[in-house]
Design a protein around this ligand. Structure first.
Ligand SMILES: Cc1cc2nc3c(=O)[nH]c(=O)nc-3n(C[C@H](O)[C@H](O)[C@H](O)COP(=O)(O)OP(=O)(O)OC[C@H]3O[C@@H](n4cnc5c(N)ncnc54)[C@H](O)[C@@H]3O)c2cc1C
Length: 254
């Protein structure tokens, strides 16, 4: 093994901040990732342990659908009354994964994300025609699994959904005249709110995406969630239309 930082956030927002580091890696049960680290097949500088995030756990029924949180362990799927009643074959499958230790540590999210061709869940998810919900979108199983150990998950999946509202809020603060320059917002976020300094603050980061992309993504998330607050502010709309940037706007204000 080699040195790496270990973090155990208790909220999705904190996990996202930590995973903003491109060399950090999420770990759920660790049953695939830890052996990969031991064999140096993967070498993250930080591990972000998701197991303390309550909002990613649990099983519930919604109409005709069974919703299983990514952090739900195999033993919980095997013992779930909801799963046994609705999809007994899935409970049976979960009860036969590995051994007792594996079933008590391994998670459905880790197994599906890893997409090992020898794993049980990916076949079940495909066979059931399930839908994989990420922070950004819902992906049909047929589109999710793209080949051995490869899925449609994007590295920035969780990230954008949480960071773009901060960009929108920053733009609102500029519109209201509470701050006069985008760079002032970046300084506050990097020094006061734990925004990863190497990203240069939310307004700088938005410029790297391009404000047209920022506008389109905000509109997409607003539509997907029904959250009106995610609609891009008038300032973002204007800068996107003009091909402008927060950086150029900051210069003109100084
Ligand atoms: C001895 C042994 C026997 C096993 N037998 C079986 C078996 O019979 N059948 C079977 O199907 N499986 C088997 N497994 C695999 C086991 O089921 C684990 O569930 C699986 O390895 C991955 O789950 P995990 O939670 O441990 O993921 P981790 O090892 O924590 O993560 C795996 C990968 O997914 C990523 N990841 C984890 N969680 C998320 C998330 N929420 N969102 C996005 N990415 C994420 C990680 O960054 C990593 O790249 C076995 C494992 C062992 C060690």
């Amino acid at each position: 093994m080699y040195d790496f930082a270990y973090h155990k956030p208790t909220s999705l927002a904190d996990a996202v901040k930590l995973l903003a580091d491109p060399d950090a890696k999420a770990v759920s049960g660790g049953h695939t990732l830890i052996p990969a680290l031991k064999h140096r097949l993967n070498k993250p500088t930080a591990l972000v342990d998701l197991s303390g995030i309550a909002e990613m756990k649990g099983i519930r029924r919604e109409g005709n659908a069974i919703i299983i949180g990514a952090l739900t362990r195999h033993v919980e799927v095997a013992n779930s009354a909801e799963v046994k009643a609705a999809i007994p074959a899935l409970a049976y499958l979960a009860s036969h994964i590995g051994d007792v230790q594996v079933r008590n540590r391994g998670t459905i999210g880790g197994s599906v994300s890893n997409n090992d061709p020898a794993a049980d869940y990916p076949a079940a998810v495909l066979g059931l025609g399930a839908t994989i919900h990420t922070n950004k979108r819902k992906i049909a199983a047929d589109d999710f699994f793209q080949g051995m150990f490869t899925t449609a998950l994007e590295a920035d999946e969780i990230l954008e959904r949480l960071l773009l509202p901060m960009v929108n809020e920053g733009a609102r603060i500029l519109e209201e005249g509470i701050a006069s320059r985008p760079i002032d917002i970046d300084v506050i976020f990097t020094n006061g709110f734990g925004w990863p300094a190497w990203r240069g603050g939310p307004m700088f980061w938005a410029d790297t995406l391009g404000l047209k992309a920022v506008r389109d993504k905000l509109n997409k998330y607003a539509e997907a969630t029904g959250d009106k607050n995610l609609r891009p502010t008038a300032l973002i709309e204007k800068l996107a239309d003009e091909g402008g940037s927060f950086a150029a706007m900051g210069k003109s204000k100084v």
